[in-house]
Design a protein around this ligand. Structure first.
Ligand SMILES: Cc1cc2nc3c(=O)[nH]c(=O)nc-3n(C[C@H](O)[C@H](O)[C@H](O)COP(=O)(O)OP(=O)(O)OC[C@H]3O[C@@H](n4cnc5c(N)ncnc54)[C@H](O)[C@@H]3O)c2cc1C
Length: 493
């Protein structure tokens, strides 16, 4: 995609009535755009963030945080002791994420089934949806030859403790052990399998209309059309469609529905917010580790005991601003710590949080109420004990606990389920009692799975596209007013 082409795509007539308007161009919105346009539907994808082509992503951390993320790089919970990161750019979280792509295991699907009472949450039924997504992406395993020093130290300590680990699986095409930490601010090589590099690129070839820098405020469902109200960079605009799909992520989608005034109508709205809090533990080594060089993540724990206890360990690192935030204090002490940047090894504990948060509007602003429950704290402590034991194997001079946990996997707020009291969308992704409105993104997760969510969000979007196309085929039969070919719409289980 050239930037000129992108800019042209952004010029869209607002007087057209689209078959679908999709709000949010992240993992879910881009995949939906691809399958709906492939079937011949007219689709308008709107996104609050800016559009970048590869080669244009900011290379310095500060600019990347401010240009590609909401609120300059961090949302905070109401107690200001949990940092939440989310993408605000065309491609959403997939542009700034690490692109580790994992399918759910049986344990996760069982958790989903129990929490939602939806029977198709199984490996077998989701398999074709995963397959459809995986076929469009280049997914590679980080080989041992490409482990960086931080990964090697992780493996060494795990070997000493006789614990199991496995290489990570990542969406990438030709990283080849290069300086990939920069791609947390957008991949300028076009190797990371973000949406602009994959599904979105294909959808644009299929006549998708993309409007970036359009911040949706609220929606008004009508009898025959649904209207989307928001502020474009050029001023306030309304877009009309026969159907609207909210894919603005857990916080974005929930906020739009709260602003629309659905809180009374949908009692589950805003409830059940999860984020897989991650705790990055640092250790100062005697020799330089250079954890920022090469594949900055390579290995994860696979010990079944950890999965049962609700945490996992990954070797990970961050750029200087991210690392600086992990260290408490200021002044000389902090400066001396940062001077040792090259000597730091890092292991992260990520927990499957069980204490649900909730999201409200307070003084017209989003308020994220999220704390760690006792069970969650127990999981963190169990993980920390293993990490410190690992550091002990490495003979490190100093261990550092993170000041704040970070939530990167934002989930829930509009849970899927089988009744309108405990959920916001039904098993066909439709908002209860709103026939022209659907939700497809991380906000529909009924519980935290404890597994990287983006591949599953994309697989769910593939499934949702089939429901949506079938729904519109039925509409076409009766009204004959929508021209959608269903040639690619396969039957769902
Ligand atoms: C640093 C980081 C690392 C991560 N690493 C991984 C990983 O390795 N593996 C993994 O599986 N997951 C990872 N994730 C999480 C993953 O990126 C998300 O779970 C995923 O992108 C969520 O998809 P989504 O479609 O729900 O929303 P998003 O991808 O967040 O997309 C939502 C989009 O909607 C837009 N939007 C929001 N509100 C509005 C509005 N009002 N109007 C218009 N547009 C709006 C946003 O700007 C955004 O572009 C990571 C996340 C971060 C931040």
């Amino acid at each position: 995609m050239s930037s000129t082409k992108n800019k042209n795509k952004d010029i869209s007539p607002m007087n057209e009535i689209f078959d679908y308007v999709i709000v949010g161009s992240g993992a879910a919105g881009s995949v939906l755009s691809f399958y709906l346009t492939q079937a011949g539907a007219s689709v308008c994808l709107v996104e609050a963030g800016k559009s970048f082509s590869y080669g244009e992503y900011p290379v310095d951390e500060l600019t990347a945080n401010s240009q590609l993320m909401w609120h300059g790089g961090a949302d905070l919970n109401t107690q200001a002791n949990l940092i939440l990161l989310r993408g605000k750019t065309v491609g959403g979280g997939t542009v700034i994420n690490q692109c580790l792509l994992d399918r759910f295991d049986t344990f996760a699907w069982n958790l989903f089934k129990q929490a939602s009472n939806i029977s198709w949450f199984t490996n077998e039924i989701m398999h074709p949806h995963y397959l459809a997504i995986e076929e469009q992406l280049s997914i590679q395993t980080i080989s041992q030859a490409h482990w960086n020093n931080n990964a090697k130290l992780y493996a060494k300590s795990f070997d000493k403790l006789k614990l199991n680990y496995a290489p990570l699986q990542r969406g990438q095409s030709y990283c080849n052990n290069m300086d990939c930490i920069v791609c947390l601010g957008g991949c300028n090589r076009n190797s990371k399998q973000s949406m602009p590099a994959t599904f979105l690129k294909l959808a644009l070839r299929q006549k998708l209309k993309l409007i970036s820098q359009y911040h949706v405020k609220n929606i008004i469902p009508g009898k025959n059309i649904i209207s989307i109200y928001g502020n474009h960079i050029t001023g306030p605009k309304v877009i009309n469609a026969r159907h609207c799909i909210l894919s603005a992520g857990a916080l974005g989608t929930t906020e739009i529905l709260l602003r629309t005034g659905f809180a009374n109508k949908l009692p589950a709205l805003g409830k059940g917010f999860y984020c897989h809090p991650q705790f990055m533990y640092l250790a100062q080594c005697k020799d330089p580790v250079d954890a920022h060089i090469g594949n900055f993540q390579g290995i994860k724990s696979t010990d079944v005991r950890f999965r049962k206890q609700g945490f996992k360990l990954e070797n990970v690192f961050a750029r200087p601003i991210g690392i600086a935030l992990l260290k408490s204090g200021y002044g000389l002490d902090h400066q001396q710590f940062m001077q040792k940047f090259r000597y730091l090894a890092c292991i992260e504990v990520a927990i499957r949080d069980e204490c649900p948060g909730f999201i409200t509007l307070k003084n017209n602003r989003l308020a994220i109420h999220k704390i760690l429950g006792d069970t969650d704290k127990q999981k963190v402590n169990s993980g920390k004990d293993v990490v410190f034991e690992m550091f002990n194997q490495l003979n490190v001079s100093h261990k550092e606990q993170p000041t704040y946990p970070i939530g990167l996997h934002l989930m829930g707020g509009c849970a899927i389920g089988n009744n309108s009291h405990s959920s916001v969308v039904n098993e066909r992704f439709g908002v209860w009692s709103e026939p022209r409105l659907s939700i497809v993104d991380g906000s529909i997760f009924p519980i935290a799975p404890g597994i990287n969510p983006s591949l599953t969000i994309m697989a769910l979007a593939h499934r949702a596209s089939q429901y949506l196309l079938r729904q519109h085929t039925q509409l076409q039969k009766t009204t004959n007013d929508i021209q959608i070919s269903t040639a690619t719409s396969t039957e769902y289980a």
